[in-house]
Design a protein around this ligand. Structure first.
Ligand code: GLU
Length: 547
């Protein structure tokens, strides 16, 4: 659960304590609360600390009324303000809302629940108004693209067309939890970056920090990924800003069906084909498929990929991202003259991608010495048994308490000396700050966007060989493509056929990327990006402009 940093500026000790105790008792949110009794004290705190929300009494010993509001607004920028109003000052509080406060609450008449919701929504609304596009991930995706565009001398007009997604849909959906107590408003997204080369393709992510910018970054990476792998798709991505780990199965199903309904005009087997991403899985895809099929009036398995095999899912899709990554590791090892049987690996993330990557690395004879999940890292220099780890996670839902290794932090994990490092969790993990201490020879990116631009430069200087995300994790979308092909042809392939074809596609993309990197003296990420961008640019030019 994310912590919301709140500043309460209120001179009455009674009200201050009341607000503090109400926020501290919230079950669904976690607040870190600081207080100030006077305006000058509040302004000083605002200057020093970045808060998520300010709760403000307008009548303070050193300032009164709109002046209080204006001065706080000036200092706090986009930080949302919730006015705490006395019964007699409601008109003034309303004026503050007109001037940009998110809400006001009347002291003494406000119930605990109302206060918590007002604060929660103020934070969400401010975020929606100011920060949707302003995501670090979107800046990263755009900067990577601009660097590649510059190096390849990409036509200016095309560069501008590709810098933002072609279609973005933001929806809000009503969502009620099992206890029926309240209806929450939840933000959802579906972004289609390039519609030039066929339907768009990309996962659906459930995570509390999803926003338009992040979804757009992920959609853009899907475009380059599909083009690099020569799949007939443009890039897309979707998401819902919610923490799925807090949801019951029934809640997850309701949320999924409503979200699908909200984006239903955008998706379809010839339009845009969703798949799993962080926080979603085969079951979620089955519900998307069912909701869409109910709407159309007959079963349409080909509207999503990564669904259960019984519904037309492909054999090998679940393991495909991890498997594809390890096929590449094997190619890279040959390229670097590394003996895998004498190599060690560290895998960050033990979800679908991380756990499968670890399993396939182990099968190839690599000694996996470290793994992690959101809660902990586990280290054993003699090697971990991936089977034992998976059994532990199946039983306890976390790596915590795994007996056959030492618990370490995620930070320590990334900095372990090893031959192969596999970030397969969140974005933004290897940064300018920790890159100097990364000690691997080969960085095999299973996650999307795990490495910042600054870190890239440091890793290049250190001579680390990078399998960049759009290549490294492309096994997933590649087998998604196979699934879509099987569904549209009503003809199923064997697991061997799926894996053989995956192997061919991965190796082909690896060779094209390394050849381009060597020929044009580029790092692997830029080479992979250019390989993808060039194909998209060619397709755009070939189609020309309408009208
Ligand atoms: N979400 C995965 C990715 O980021 C898979 C997308 C797909 O299979 O369409 O590549």
């Amino acid at each position: 659960m994310k912590t919301t940093k709140a500043l309460v500026i209120e001179d009455s000790a009674t009200h201050r304590k009341l607000v503090e105790s109400i926020l501290a008792k919230s079950e669904d949110d976690h607040f870190a609360i600081e207080t100030a009794q006077r305006l000058d004290e509040g302004l000083q705190k605002l200057a020093r600390t970045q808060y998520d929300v300010v709760l403000l009494d307008l009548m303070l010993p050193d300032s009164e009324g709109m002046e209080t509001f204006d001065r706080v607004r000036q200092q706090s920028g986009h930080v949302p303000i919730v006015v705490l109003s006395g019964v007699d000052d409601v008109n003034m509080a309303a004026r503050a809302v007109e001037a940009g406060a998110q809400a006001f609450l009347v002291k003494g008449e406000t119930e605990a629940k109302q206060l918590i919701r007002a604060v929660r929504y103020a934070v969400q609304r401010a975020h929606a108004e100011h920060a949707e596009w302003d995501a670090p991930m979107f800046h990263l995706a755009q900067q990577q693209f601009l660097k590649a565009a510059h190096l390849m001398g990409l036509d200016d007009n095309i560069r501008e067309r590709l810098l933002f997604p072609q279609r973005s849909l933001v929806v809000t959906l009503p969502f009620r939890r099992d206890d029926y107590a309240e209806v929450e408003t939840v933000f959802g997204y579906r972004v289609q970056h390039v519609l030039t080369m066929g339907p768009t393709k990309g996962g659906i992510r459930y995570h509390e920090e999803v926003n338009l910018g992040e979804t757009s970054a992920l959609a853009m990476w899907m475009t380059w990924k599909c083009a690099l792998m020569r799949l007939p798709f443009g890039g897309a991505k979707g998401g819902v800003a919610i923490d799925p780990t807090t949801l019951s199965r029934a809640e997850l199903q309701r949320l999924t069906r409503r979200y699908t309904t909200e984006i239903i005009t955008m998706i379809g087997p010839d339009k845009d084909i969703p798949a799993p991403d962080m926080g979603t899985n085969e079951q979620v895809m089955a519900w998307v498929m069912d909701t869409y099929s109910q709407h159309i009036g007959h079963a349409v398995p080909e509207v999503v990929t990564g669904k259960p095999v019984s519904l037309g899912g492909s054999l090998g899709r679940r393991e495909a991202t991890g498997r594809g990554l390890v096929y590449l590791v094997s190619e890279a090892a040959a390229h670097l003259h590394m003996d895998l049987k004498r190599s060690t690996a560290v895998v960050q993330g033990f979800g679908n991608v991380g756990s499968n990557a670890a399993k396939f690395l182990e099968e190839m004879g690599v000694r996996v010495i470290g793994v992690s999940d959101v809660n902990t890292g586990i280290y054993n220099e003699n090697g971990l048994s991936i089977n034992a780890l998976s059994e532990h996670v199946a039983k306890h839902r976390t790596l915590v308490g795994f007996p056959d290794g030492q618990e370490i932090t995620n930070r320590q994990l990334l900095e372990l000396p090893c031959d192969i490092l596999v970030p397969a969790a969140m974005q933004n993990q290897i940064t300018g700050e920790n890159a100097p201490r990364i000690q691997c020879k080969l960085l095999a990116e299973g996650a999307n966007g795990p490495t910042t631009l600054e870190a890239d430069e440091i890793l290049n200087e250190k001579g680390v060989f990078v399998l960049p995300d759009i290549l490294g994790n492309a096994g997933g979308v590649t087998v998604s493509y196979f699934e879509w092909v099987q569904d549209t042809q009503n003809y199923n392939w064997t697991l061997e056929e799926v894996n053989d074809r995956l192997h061919k596609v991965m190796v082909d993309a690896f060779r094209r990327t390394t050849m381009r990197a060597q020929r044009d003296k580029l790092d692997m990420r830029t080479a992979a990006l250019i390989e993808g961008v060039q194909r998209v640019a060619e397709a755009k030019l070939a189609r020309g402009l309408f009208p």
